[in-house]
Ligand binder design. Structure first.
Ligand SMILES: CC(C)(COP(=O)(O)OP(=O)(O)OC[C@H]1O[C@@H](n2cnc3c(N)ncnc32)[C@H](O)[C@@H]1OP(=O)(O)O)[C@@H](O)C(=O)NCCC(=O)NCCS
Length: 225
């Protein structure tokens, strides 16, 4: 094969297999036909809970603009597909100006963690972002969404401590329950939620068929509705 043709082929292959195109193909496949199972976990904010401490001293505050670049790592070439989808989801939340986005920074002001706390007054924004893919919050509920620990800080208990404190802020805003959704195979997140005081409450099944999704919820035996 001529060198110029080979170059063209390489450029084409690079384009086709770029993370952006792969993410798009994966999303189309998902929306054409798939079934997903997530676990809804919740914490009773009226019950006493001692937040666990991370291995790093954390300062948890609403997100500051100067930390966004590191938290939304847009070096897409360095990302695998799930990480890329995760950035896109968090960017959607960020641009929707929904709820309060919290950040945990370490003692050197390095951002480690981010997560949104969203209340029922923003149900309309949740619908805009996720359509029918998310439950509408009840008056006494707050949703925690978009948990993310930067790769270099994982496994230090940062999610557990930060999520626990962020949920507590939901109580200060008048909520009784903090809820969150985690895909059934996201073991780090399920473990982090449990350490932050959250217990499985419902199962959520989402069925995608030809770009339309329907979700159904099953309250787990023993959980109070
Ligand atoms: C989920 C996530 C936020 C956890 O953050 P973290 O700060 O590392 O959480 P923690 O340190 O509290 O660790 C949670 C648990 O998961 C474990 N864990 C970490 N990586 C793991 C892996 N790849 N497989 C299994 N367990 C893992 C930790 O060891 C810890 O368990 P332990 O208490 O038994 O030691 C982080 O992995 C992340 O950002 N993932 C990508 C985005 C994501 O999935 N967000 C959640 C959306 S619901």
């Amino acid at each position: 094969m001529k060198k110029s043709k080979l170059m063209l082929l390489l450029i084409f292959a690079n384009l086709i297999f770029s993370p952006e195109i792969l993410a798009l193909i994966d999303e189309v496949k998902r929306r054409l036909y798939s079934t997903e199972k997530s676990i809804c976990l919740r914490r009773d904010l009226d019950a006493r809970f001692d937040s666990p401490q991370a291995a790093v001293k954390l300062n948890i505050t609403p997100l500051k603009e100067k930390h966004t670049e590191k938290l939304f790592d847009l070096e897409w070439q360095n990302q695998n597909l799930p990480a890329l989808k995760d950035v896109i989801n968090r960017l959607n939340l960020y641009h929707a100006h929904i709820g309060t986005c919290y950040t945990a920074v370490d003692e050197t002001d390095e951002p480690c963690y981010m997560q949104w706390l969203i209340g029922p007054r923003e149900n309309h924004k949740l619908r805009e972002i996720y359509q029918d893919g998310i439950l509408q919050l009840r008056a006494d509920e707050m949703l925690l969404e978009g948990a993310f620990t930067r790769a270099a800080f994982r496994g230090k208990g940062i999610m557990a401590e930060a999520m626990s404190h962020i949920a507590q802020d939901g109580k200060n805003l008048g909520a009784r329950w903090a809820i969150t959704f985690v895909k059934e195979d996201n073991i780090p997140s399920l473990k982090g939620c449990r350490k932050a005081g959250f217990e499985p409450y419902m199962l959520k099944y989402t069925q995608w068929k030809f770009f339309k999704s329907t979700s159904r919820y099953e309250v787990l035996p023993g959980s109070r509705v």
